[in-house]
Design a protein around this ligand. Structure first.
Ligand code: AMP
Length: 503
């Protein structure tokens, strides 16, 4: 049993780690190093600030997702005070921010250096938290407190709130530890994710638990070049990435060499085997793991270790997502929610200690996403919407989505959400969003409208008022009538064939 398995939460082990590693570097943010002692001071100061300024009944607090030491310190301070955070990405349209504030019930938002007004909430700057004072006592958590609440794209124009408790997060940490990567204080770990994306939580929490350094990527940097620089110049040793980063780096593979990287994890999207094989020449000493999981099951919950110079499990050129990690049970169901048999493909289900309690204040969505195939058992299983097959030794192959959810640079996008807003903006015209692969191998969104010509630029601009940037179509196409399939439904594959290459 690892130390974490005995815990219902990771906050106290983390506070202990922060104190124990005071002389080491906790963060490298925009080229600046911050020690664990500095982090400790900021966490204590912000804890006092929270106690003094935010009413105790406010359990969920918004955090402006800046690339700043205080942003991370505020997360840890909230956890230590038994409260959770709702990350708010900078640049999110005001209307969407207001919706998240309203849905989550957040009243206070903490900013590190930016105090942009947010409708429905009071923004407080943590820079106002004084740095001195007595050390604070360790905190007491039951494990049932919400550690974070993330909002992902929803099909109806209303984002879905996914709350994750400390207990689920501790279960993730235990499962991660069981992978045997042995994170240590000398590690330098890449944190390339926006805080609204749960892969960020692994990227900062795991290193902090071990006294390792977290190397962040500033929001305004050109992501892939910055990552390249960190990998080589800062000798990153552990990196979790989304596969689409490799598409951006591919033209430079010949120039990239990262011998210091000892563990490279991929998550968030299907990982093409040929792309990975090419990348592996740049990372000669790294163990490579393809990990998988939805936000609803805390960060990731299955893992496959890639074998160099050997046969690897794959489906249609996509690397296997491996086996369930510690504490997670996987299954496959057919369209009626009945168990499928080994060897057949079906919808992957997940259950176990990493599961969310359900969608935030949304009983209806929770009921439809979780099933109880064994009526006698209270065990809930989350339907992932991912088509998979599982072979006899439990190895899972990934075949693709069963619905219209796509990934754009790792971000989860429901095409129906774009269509919902596009229809309203385009005066009720039929609007179909598709995801295509452009000539550089990147996924991009295309909006296809039926009917008379419309002002495309104005449609894009109005979409920008309601949707985050990764959900904005790269272009708008117009057809007098949309193609239909034999069932009379819009023929999306035909649209993808027609508009599949960038123009
Ligand atoms: P998110 O909730 O943003 O983490 O997205 C979860 C979805 O991303 C999953 O349901 C899959 O469709 C996809 N996904 C995550 N990891 C992988 C992976 N390693 N391989 C294939 N698809 C993945």
């Amino acid at each position: 049993m690892t130390p974490i398995e005995r815990h219902q939460e990771i906050v106290n082990p983390m506070l202990t780690s922060i104190e124990a590693h005071s002389t080491r570097t906790a963060f490298v943010i925009a080229e600046q190093e911050h020690s664990y002692a500095e982090l400790h001071n900021r966490v204590s100061a912000i804890r006092r600030f929270i106690r003094a300024r935010i009413p105790a009944q406010e359990k969920l607090i918004g955090i402006l997702a800046e690339d700043h030491l205080d942003t991370y310190a505020a997360i840890l301070a909230l956890w230590a005070e038994g409260r959770g955070y709702v990350p708010l990405a900078l640049g999110t349209p005001a209307a969407r921010l207001a919706q998240i504030i309203e849905q989550s019930g957040v009243r206070t938002v903490l900013g590190a250096s930016i105090a942009t007004p947010i409708e429905g909430a009071k923004v407080q700057l943590t820079s106002e938290a004084p740095a001195n004072g007595e050390p604070l006592e360790p905190c007491r958590l039951s494990g049932e407190e919400v550690a974070y609440l993330l909002f992902t794209s929803g099909t109806t124009g209303r984002p879905k709130g996914v709350p994750i408790t400390h207990r689920a997060l501790a279960a993730f940490v235990a499962a991660f530890e069981a992978l045997g990567l042995g994170i240590r204080p000398s590690d330098r770990v890449l944190q390339m994710f926006e805080l609204t994306f749960d892969l960020s939580v692994m990227s900062y929490a795991i290193p902090l638990l071990h006294g390792a350094s977290v190397l962040t990527v500033p929001g305004d940097a050109l992501k892939y070049t910055y990552i390249h620089a960190l990998l080589e110049d800062r000798s990153v040793t552990v990196a979790l990435m989304v596969p689409s980063i490799l598409n951006f780096l591919r033209p430079y593979f010949d120039e990239i060499l990262c011998p210091s990287l000892r563990a490279n994890l991929f998550c968030g999207e299907a990982l093409p085997l040929d792309l990975l094989e090419e990348w592996c020449t740049c990372i000669p000493n790294a163990r490579v793991l393809n990990v998988y999981g939805p936000t609803e099951h805390t960060i990731f919950c299955t893992a496959y270790e890639y074998q160099r110079n050997a046969e690897n499990g794959s489906s249609n050129g996509i690397l296997s997502i491996g086996k369930a990690m510690l504490g997670t049970t996987v299954g496959l169901v057919d369209e009626h929610g009945n168990w499928s048999h080994t060897g057949q493909s079906g919808e992957l289900t997940l259950s176990g200690s990493q599961a969310t309690l359900g969608y935030w204040r949304d009983e209806e969505r929770t009921t439809s996403a979780f099933i109880h195939p064994e009526s006698a058992s209270p065990q809930r299983h989350y339907r992932t919407g991912d088509r998979c097959s599982i072979d006899e030794d439990g190895t899972i192959l990934y075949w693709g989505r069963m619905d219209e959810q796509v990934k754009v640079q790792g971000y989860r996008v429901e095409l129906a959400e774009i269509e919902h807003f596009a229809r309203r903006i385009a005066g009720g015209s039929i609007a179909v969003a598709i995801a295509v692969t452009n000539q550089f191998g990147h996924t991009e969104l295309v909006l296809v409208l039926e009917g008379p010509a419309q002002d495309k630029a104005s449609i894009i601009n109005r979409l920008k008022e309601v949707l985050p940037s990764y959900m904005i179509p790269a272009r708008v196409e117009q057809l007098s009538t949309l193609p239909l399939n034999a069932n009379g439904k819009i023929d999306r594959p035909a649209l993808k064939r027609q508009f599949g290459s960038a123009k």
